[in-house]
Design a protein around this ligand. Structure first.
Ligand SMILES: Cc1cc2nc3c(=O)[nH]c(=O)nc-3n(C[C@H](O)[C@H](O)[C@H](O)COP(=O)(O)OP(=O)(O)OC[C@H]3O[C@@H](n4cnc5c(N)ncnc54)[C@H](O)[C@@H]3O)c2cc1C
Length: 451
């Protein structure tokens, strides 16, 4: 009997897990799947992105987790491709590789002052409050304790998440799985004002209505619509008329703009049609200069030359995520994705045999978790089609589990190890009256995996 097609999936976020699921949910081609992740824990941004207070979305983990129990699937955690194992080594061990390693870096604003102390990337803050092992526990304690007024630059759902987490009362987040040091830092946060800054108007913001509405439902925090919320320009009128989601977002902002200011101790200030042009400060952030913009017929923002300063002592840059390359993999440096046709990696015009891509590193950082399922299914469809060719089984290493021999000396976390981490997190949570407490420290994670 022919041996199974050996597939390595690089990345255990939603796209990697959906790809593994699709590979093992068919009977036409016999496959074995190794899901490799640089972290000791699976699920990518579902663990280290989705806001801890969005419990129902985070529970997608339970669905993804079931894939790890499927016959023919292994989890190989704590192994970074490009560091512990090169692409070349990987290609020798597997017939096919599906790259699903996401897009985890922040995009730059490109304005003076961007790198001043007190100007931070939302990616780093999100990593910190979700307990990512790459971020030191005290990374933002000083920022939170010292800042009184911060700007969040960006009007997408990540900006909303960050704004909400910084604006919630301690008892509104105590039930979540954030690590203890994050609770402690948020409890002693001095931030009273969060200024959310958008280059365009309310009709062009990319946040979703459900997430936006939550900002208006916080215990200790009011929302104040400060400037630029007018939607009478032709582009906004057209967007509101043609897109119900846009109309709903605009209605929420309009309702907020009618609210009286109250005496709550914290405020979220919304600034539209404001383009950040400079972060002020000598040796730390002292203000944000914004330029008023106008929208053209396409809804694009153009500077008017009129500037003003928003008084902030911290800036959180939330203008998107971007992918990076792994040595040996073709890369589109303009779009920051791996070039592909329907998930088959291409180098120029040529398809690279045996190399596939899915998820954010395939299409860029867009869509919801479920978008990655359709995306991964498309890629797996191409792989299975190609696997009909007998020459597809190219792996040169002798018998499975061949990659294990290459990984001698690397502390691999397998599925049993991940289950022990899971149990340890649940136990720590239980002792504090919560469902789970995230273990953030890599050594602690590895220790828990060992049992
Ligand atoms: C802050 C934030 C909040 C979000 N909230 C929501 C939400 O509420 N609802 C929703 O539907 N969507 C949300 N999303 C979007 C959702 O998380 C993404 O659509 C999804 O996670 C993308 O999946 P992915 O598998 O492509 O990438 P990822 O989830 O990023 O997974 C990539 C995996 O690859 C691993 N990896 C990276 N490099 C390597 C390497 N060299 N070797 C081995 N492994 C590697 C990483 O550790 C990671 O586990 C959010 C995104 C962010 C950033």
């Amino acid at each position: 009997m022919e041996r199974p097609v050996r597939v390595a999936v690089v990345g255990s976020g939603p796209s990697g897990m959906y790809a593994a699921d699709a590979l093992t949910s068919q009977d036409d081609v016999s496959v074995s799947v190794d899901i490799i992740d640089r972290l000791p824990t699976p699920f990518g941004l579902v663990r280290y992105g989705v806001a801890p207070d969005h419990l129902s979305i985070r529970s997608v983990r339970d669905t993804l987790d079931k894939v790890l129990d499927k016959p023919g699937v292994r989890f190989i955690g704590n192994v970074e491709i490009g560091r512990d194992l090169s692409l070349e080594q990987l290609r020798a061990c597997y017939d096919a590789i599906i790259l699903t390693y996401g897009a985890s870096r922040d995009r730059a604003l490109g304005i003076p002052g961007e790198h001043l102390p007190g100007s931070i990337a939302a990616t780093d803050l999100v990593n910190w409050y979700t307990g990512h092992p790459d971020v030191a526990p005290d990374a933002f304690a000083g920022f939170l304790a010292g800042a009184r007024s911060v700007a969040v630059i960006g009007v997408g759902n990540v900006a909303v998440d960050v704004t909400r987490v910084l604006s919630k009362a301690p008892d509104e987040i105590e039930h979540t799985d954030m690590p203890e040091h994050v609770f402690a830092a948020l409890r002693s946060s001095g931030i009273g004002d969060v200024h959310v800054i958008g280059r365009r108007g309310p009709a062009q913001a990319t946040w979703t209505t459900k997430e936006l509405r939550e900002l208006g439902e916080l215990e200790e925090t009011q929302v104040v619509v400060e400037e630029g919320a007018d939607v009478s320009d032709p582009a906004s009128v057209a967007a509101i008329g043609s897109d119900k989601a846009v109309a709903r977002n605009v209605a929420v902002i309009q309702e907020w703009s009618l609210r009286e200011r109250d005496a709550r101790r914290r405020s979220i200030h919304l600034h539209f049609r404001c383009r950040p042009v400079e972060i002020l400060g000598e040796d730390r952030v002292e203000g944000l200069v914004v330029e008023r913009t106008e929208l053209d017929e396409e809804g694009q923002a153009h500077g008017t030359g009129e500037t003003h300063v928003i008084p902030v002592d911290g800036v959180i840059r939330s203008v998107g995520y971007r992918g990076t390359t792994i040595p040996g993999v073709p890369f589109d440096t303009r779009r920051n994705v791996i070039p592909n046709v329907d998930g088959r990696v291409v180098d120029g015009e040529q398809i690279v045999p045996g190399l596939y891509v899915a998820g954010w590193i395939k299409r860029g950082p867009t869509g919801i978790i479920g978008t990655n399922k359709k995306d991964a299914v498309q890629t797996v469809g191409c792989l299975l089609e190609d696997a009909a060719d007998p020459a597809f089984r190219t792996a040169t290493a002798p018998e499975e589990p061949s990659v294990d021999a290459v990984l001698v000396g690397v502390e691999v976390v397998d599925v049993a190890g991940w289950r022990r981490i899971d149990a340890a997190e649940r136990a720590r949570g239980e002792s504090a009256g919560r469902e789970r407490t995230t273990i953030h420290d890599r050594a602690d994670l590895l220790g828990s995996a060992r049992g």
